[in-house]
Design a protein around this ligand. Structure first.
Ligand code: COA
Length: 261
């Protein structure tokens, strides 16, 4: 069971995150299922658009922290997260997202790769990478500063400050803010409108707007190397352990213990 529900209608492939008991936190299996669906959808002439939605009032709580902890033990993160990022960035077809509730970590950074994004009034965007001893990923360190301006990118990506839907709109992360009850309908309606466009012109125009993605792929690789190094730090281990044990992290103790080891 991958905790992803996939359905297709009217040229729209809907990818719904369905792990609400864990706030739709993304596991390696979920990344793999999403990447496979993006790639299969890109190759399928019946599909013109991919759509991401969450479930039960949550978009996603980001990467599963138990998987981060496993990465600390294994010395590296499961490759599926990077397979997903490459599929997302490399997608040939437009991507639309509808964010209700929390969009944490990759739940926020993935929006930089979407073509249209809508959010409910209660949506909240957070990237607590530094609080976990980690660095921004998914190319956000390259794309966000020019899009948001350095100070807002720093506030979001480095300070981990939550952005509400209006701030996300002002920052250019999303197109519109809607009442929660209207979010899914509006997201799917927008996706169907995109899917109704002449396909060759649609895919070609999008390719022109996206431009050359080589630098973006290279930045994702660079971020991934640094991210994996950070995963091995005493602070990161302490942050994950503290989350799993439902307590506040004690970074100073973690550093002291690491220095004594
Ligand atoms: N990874 C693994 N499990 C997660 C998770 C994550 N990223 N986010 C939430 N969960 C789990 C919780 O451990 C809890 O599981 P349990 O019921 O078995 O104890 C369940 O989902 C509900 O989460 P809870 O923390 O009780 O809900 P909340 O509404 O109080 O808080 C969040 C929701 C998302 C704010 C909080 O869970 C959180 O901060 N999660 C971590 C987010 C994060 O740092 N992601 C990584 C970004 S790089």
């Amino acid at each position: 069971m991958s905790d992803i529900a996939i359905s297709v209608s009217d040229g729209v492939q809907l990818l719904r995150l369905t792990r609400p008991a864990k706030k739709n936190a993304l596991t390696a299996d979920m990344y793999a299922a999403l990447a496979a669906a993006l790639e299969a959808g890109d190759a399928d002439d019946d599909i013109a658009v991919h759509v991401f939605l969450g479930s039960e009032g949550v978009f996603t709580a980001g990467n599963d922290i138990a998987d981060f902890m496993a990465a600390v033990e294994n010395g590296r993160l499961d490759a599926q997260v990077f397979v997903f990022m490459r599929a997302l960035v490399g997608s040939r077809k437009p991507i639309v997202a509808g964010v209700d509730g929390l969009a944490v970590g990759i739940g926020t950074t993935m929006l930089m790769h979407c073509d249209l994004a809508y959010a409910s009034e209660t949506a909240q965007f957070r990237t607590p990478f530094l609080d976990l001893g980690l660095i921004p990923e998914a190319g956000s360190s390259l794309l966000m500063p020019p899009q948001l301006g350095h100070v807002r990118a720093f506030e979001l990506l480095c300070l981990g400050a939550p952005f509400d839907a209006e701030q996300a709109l002002a920052a250019g992360l999303i197109n519109r803010v809607l009442p929660a009850a209207e979010l899914e309908g509006a997201t799917l309606e927008a996706a169907r409108a995109v899917a109704a466009k002449p396909r060759h012109a649609l895919f070609t125009a999008r390719q022109l707007l996206k431009g050359d993605r080589q630098a973006l792929f290279e930045r994702i690789e660079e971020e991934a190397r640094i991210f994996e190094d950070c995963l091995k730090s005493p602070e990161a281990r302490e942050a994950f352990q503290a989350f799993l044990e439902k307590r506040a992290p004690d970074f100073a103790r973690a550093r002291r213990e690491a220095a004594q080891a």
